[in-house]
Design a protein around this ligand. Structure first.
Ligand code: PGA
Length: 241
């Protein structure tokens, strides 16, 4: 059975006080859930410690937004697997399109980061997806198959989550049609050796489209940016029907 994983990606939002405020409100809104849905909050590095302390004993798991491939070393501005596991981090987003677009992340470095996360027992959430221009040129499948081919070299598919995030749908309010997201996620699954890898959809997921997205047969969860910043909005997403 494939796991359902609902993850929030806070990006560069919320200081420690704001993170704490969110957790206090959010916890009470999800308390009574009895279904098995993994909830993950991927927060800024500076909020990881306070979140770890306050999520202890709850159903909510903690995620980072990046991880470096080296154990330690002269890599200014980066963070290692041992630094994250010490705090109790369970997940790390790898290869988000914003990292690829603004910070020179390549499929080669994505591959190194995926393997580093797994080495430390952290489950990486690998992001793949096409630009608007690639979609318009009918290159969506090729782009994604190529990303997967390079990103997944020697990666253990038993400790992996993939997020299909069409870049044109991120932060734009322009959600990918749920049937189309379902179709592309089916294509992604065909490329995998392990059919149990959870595959999420990401890109303008909101309280008003979550039910339709989660009704799709191939979609095993969502990676949520903007709508994960507000407790009641993310709670509605987690409590999808
Ligand atoms: P969004 O971001 O939900 O704000 O579109 C999704 C993401 O970037 O993971």
């Amino acid at each position: 059975m494939r796991k359902i994983i609902i993850a929030g990606n806070w990006k560069m939002h919320k200081n420690q006080a704001e993170s704490l405020e969110f957790v206090q409100a959010f916890k009470s809104e999800i308390e009574n859930r009895d279904e098995v849905r993994e909830i993950v909050l991927c927060v800024p590095f500076t909020s990881l410690t306070v979140m770890s302390k306050n999520l202890h004993g709850s159903k909510i798991r903690l995620g980072a937004q990046n991880i470096h491939w080296a154990d330690q070393g002269a890599y200014t501005g980066e963070i290692s697997g041992s630094m994250l596991t010490e705090i109790g981090v369970n997940y790390a987003i790898v290869g988000h399109s914003e990292r690829r677009q603004y910070f020179g992340e390549t499929d080669e470095t994505v591959n190194l980061r995926l393997k580093a996360a797994q080495k430390y027992g952290i489950t990486p959430i690998l992001c793949v997806g096409e630009t608007k221009a690639q979609r318009d040129a009918q290159e969506t499948e090729n782009v994604i198959i190529n990303q997967l081919k390079q990103d997944l070299v020697d990666v253990d598919q038993s400790n992996l989550v993939i997020a299909y995030e069409p870049i044109w749908a991120i932060g734009t309010g322009d959600t990918c049609e749920s049937q189309e997201a379902n179709r592309v996620i089916g294509v992604i699954r065909q490329q995998l050796d392990n059919q149990d890898v959870p595959i999420q959809y990401g890109g303008s997921v909101k309280p008003n489209n979550i039910d339709e997205i989660m009704a799709q047969s191939e979609i095993d969860g969502v990676l949520v940016g903007g709508a994960s910043l507000e407790a009641s909005s993310f709670a509605r997403i987690v409590n999808y029907q």
